[in-house]
Design a protein around this ligand. Sequence first.
Ligand code: ADP
Ligand code: MG
Length: 219
Amino acid sequence: MSVIEARDVDKRYETRSEVVEALVDVNLAVESGEFIAVMGPSGSGKSTLLNVLGLLDVPTEGDVYLDGEPTADLSDRERTRARKRTIGFVFQNFYLIPTLTAQENVEIPRLLDRDSGTSERAAELLRRVGLGDRLDHRPDELSGGQRQRVAIARSLVNDPRLVLADEPTGNLDRETGRSVLTQFTEICEEGVSVIAVTHDDQVTEYTDRVVNLVDGRIV
Ligand code: ADP
Ligand code: MG
């Protein structure tokens, strides 16, 4: 069964002057452990697709199925809970909190859970991405690639089954990008699915599948 599946998804944005068809008739099923690249020109709907698959936004038509269950009828609270349980996010600009250490940044998604194991879990994830000797470093004491690896560790702290990444190598040189992509392939080997929106051709050397979007359609 797919971890996440978009079925016949349309997403329209209606502004006062126009209607934008950001996604048109999108069908995409993601299996566990799959690493997928989403490519396409600017404005083709890549971020919209990530938001819809990440349950951050709802389709105008069609539905997104999580573990085979439709999500259209979930309340906001149920959708948030499903997202937190299943999905981790990694962004181009890392979004780390500058005053917190690497370890504290990784703990953030669990702060409200009052779980005594969170610190050890964060340290373990940082060791896994090769930052075991950087736990107490703040973001400005880390390189770009190290910051992105902190962001990857953070995306894994709730044991997601799916990681969604928007331009994860966009701010990194090629060599550093490769180490981040290697991290993603290792995550996939453990059964987590990864979907990365990218302009970076080298990403496709690591992915199982490339989805090309043009004007909101998969081509
Ligand atoms: P990409 O990430 O591929 O650059 P987006 O998914 O951000 O593309 O945008 C797809 C289309 O939807 C673009 O034409 C964009 O202008 C439009 N769009 C995105 N978000 C909104 C919004 N909140 N309101 C209106 N139009 C939007
Ligand atoms: Mg975008």
